[in-house]
Design a protein around this ligand. Structure first.
Ligand SMILES: Cc1cc2nc3c(=O)[nH]c(=O)nc-3n(C[C@H](O)[C@H](O)[C@H](O)COP(=O)(O)O)c2cc1C
Length: 318
């Protein structure tokens, strides 16, 4: 359990922010399956203070997602502080500062934001300190282990974060240069856990519940964070192995939540989730072909109904 002021993370496996996937419906689902905390996808500090509708939409959450953290990116201390005050007024449990996103549109420009911040520990200090001073919520940061193989400056970054008043650090065990290639380096995550005075959450390449437990034990981290491994598999948090009827029911419930929030467009947004849930299903590629073409809630319902019947008829998928 992690306890930071009013934030209580009651469990040791949390859901990672995944832009394009971890919206409110998805976060509600993983919380129900045992994720100990959820985080919104990254939202631009600039967009927040300008009230850009697309950005503001990212910040919406439902009470059942709590504890929920809102993730913000930016490199200007003043703008970040102002954005943090707006975020705080929305009532999340934590504010997370993104220092791990390698996408050019986030890192762009001289010092840049997202993972580009890691190249400049003084700027890390300035940004985090400004945010910490402007709100009373706990402030956490999500970092990578360095810029590239030659600049693994995590020790310096951790010191900068701590002296700026950070409450918790999540470490994705890759360099920025690696993007998503190679493997996360859990020995560095362990080293960071040993040196840090605040709770540390380890992240990278956890593909199963057992792996989550093993990583937790080996690294000594306070919690681990699962990202891609939870797509189409929210059961990764509970460790249960659902039968295929249960999986199809989950697809249906997920789709309903999407339509409730986005209207019919929710079905289009649901396609990428369908294609994850369907992994391992009998004749998966044929079903996937059909699921990724649905355009209305009715079409989705009919398809899922026939999948369900197939499961009930004892034609086990896989
Ligand atoms: C599609 C996608 C979107 C992501 N979006 C975010 C994001 O918004 N904020 C963030 O801090 N990390 C983001 N990440 C990084 C993940 O949170 C996580 O650190 C990374 O995927 C490694 O964990 P995993 O191997 O369990 O997926 C994203 C990763 C992916 C694949």
């Amino acid at each position: 359990m992690i306890r930071i002021r009013n934030l209580v993370i009651d469990g040791q496996c949390v859901m990672a922010p995944l832009a394009g996937y971890t919206d409110s419906p998805f976060r509600r689902i993983v919380r129900k399956h045992g994720a100990a905390m959820t985080v919104t996808e990254l939202a631009s500090a600039d967009g927040i203070i300008r009230g850009i509708p697309k950005t503001m939409q990212i910040l919406r959450f439902h009470d059942s997602e709590r504890p929920v953290s809102i993730q913000v990116f930016g490199n200007n201390p003043g703008i970040m502080a102002e954005a943090a005050r707006v975020v705080e007024s929305l009532g999340p449990d934590c504010i997370d500062i993104n220092m791990g996103c390698p996408a050019p549109k986030v890192c762009r420009g001289g010092e840049g934001a997202g993972s580009a911040l890691l190249r400049d520990p003084a700027q890390v200090f300035a940004v985090v300190n400004a945010v910490v001073r402007s709100v009373s919520l706990p402030v956490s940061a999500k970092i990578r282990i360095g810029w590239d193989d030659r600049q693994k400056n995590y020790a310096e970054i951790v010191r900068a974060l701590e002296s700026a008043g950070i409450s918790m650090i999540t470490v994705h065990g890759r360099t920025v240069h690696q993007k998503y290639t190679g493997m996360a380096d859990w020995s560095v995550i362990r080293e960071i856990k040993e040196m840090a005075s605040v709770p540390v959450i380890g992240n990278g390449d956890i593909g199963s519940h057992d792996e989550a437990i093993a990583r937790l034990r080996e690294s000594g981290c306070d919690a681990v964070m699962v990202g891609r491994g939870a797509l189409g598999n929210p059961w990764i948090f509970s460790g249960t192995v659902p039968d295929w009827t249960t999986r199809v029911d989950q697809m249906r419930d997920h789709c309903r939540l999407m339509v409730d929030l986005y209207g019919d467009y929710g079905v289009i947004l649901m396609r990428k989730h369908f294609s994850k849930y369907i992994h391992g299903f009998r004749h998966a590629s044929r079903w996937r072909e059909r699921l990724i073409r649905v355009t209305t809630p009715d079409q989705a319902r009919v398809l899922l109904e026939s999948m369900r019947e197939m499961c009930l008829e004892g034609l086990p998928p896989g």
